[in-house]
Design a binder for this molecule. Sequence first.
Ligand SMILES: Cc1ncc(COP(=O)(O)O)c(C=O)c1O
Length: 417
Amino acid sequence: MSFDVETVRKDFPILSREVHGVPLVYLDSANSAQKPQVVIDAEADLYANHYANTARAVHTLGSEVTTAYEAARDKVAGFLNAPSRDEVIFTRNITEALNLLAYSFGNATWFPGAEKFRIGPGDEIVVTEMEHHSNLVPWQLLAQRTGATFRWIPIDDEGRLVDSAIDEVITERTRLVSFVYQSNALGTINPVQRIVARANAVGAYTIVDAAQAAPHLPLDVQALGADFVAFTGHKLYGPSGVGVLWGRYELLADLPPFLGGGEMIETVAMEGSTFAAPPSRFEAGTPMIAQAVALGTAVDYVTNLGITNIREHEKALTGYALEGLRGIPGVRIVGPRDNVDRGATISFTLAGVHPHDVAQLLDERGIAVRAGHHCARPVCVRYGVPATTRASFGVYTTLDEVDQLVQGVESVRRTFG
Ligand SMILES: Cc1ncc(COP(=O)(O)O)c(C=O)c1O
């Protein structure tokens, strides 16, 4: 392993607490990651020493806070290898980022100069069968509002996209393709460049849900080649309440606004308004100032650990966990069974035991995992299961914790006979 996990663990105060009288084993990072002390301190420091509203005040605190907020934008732009800082929009979370896009595309039907984003009857919107509801429902709603057809790329028995369907579903009728980089429900890592190339060939816009990719994989927007990429702060060891939408500047420049309000305008008159250039156009109202600043600190934290080191660390954990879980009679991995093109998120079922019972019994041993449909219900429908139990790893996860997971599941199996 390329970094010392025990040193990393010392950065996360919550990892020293106990649950049910035993040390916490936190295997729910895909749901939300724990926070290093530097991130907690960054948020507290902003409130304790610099707080005022951003971009509105001319006084010293107002200027300090604006500098800190804009510095966070610079950090995120660097993290994404974005060509311009003005391509980085702060949102509340990725759900808001994706809805922002869906509503902005919808507003193109009347917005001057936005003809190229118009979607209507005969056009198609494409997602995949493995989307989180955040990247599924907004597009269903857009299809309903515009009369477009909603389509999806199916998944195979192993939890991967059906490769031939990428070319069949994305056609000349496709206007946009929105898809997940790494699945939260299956762990699958999708071939982003392959999908983007197909979408480009038919002139469709591409949107990448990088909520699960950002904490685990290099996220270079120029290398990915998509038009828009979004992620959420709380899974990247940052605070809750902040997310990011990145978009190509030439597209953002013509994209209609989503929310109207303060700071997103150029001029306002009773007869009508004109709008600010990106990113301000898409940041109506007082933003999540402290959260954005602390997200900048989280980005620094991850960058310092090194995303390729993180990937290597988590890959080792994943291979070890898959092997251990596959060895337990009755365990079915829902998602790729091998450690190729998959991330550190493992969903499984245990024959004869409800996934919630598995999670509950693991919790009694101090092991936090998630059970449910993981906001990707069509995935459960696809595999004929009501829910799965999901263990997910992060920078602080150890091989010993994976052992405890495997022993815990084995013990649940024995308990239920
Ligand atoms: C792949 C994926 N997309 C979107 C989301 C939604 O994230 P948020 O609730 O922070 O908007 C999640 C959260 O689990 C996710 O895993």
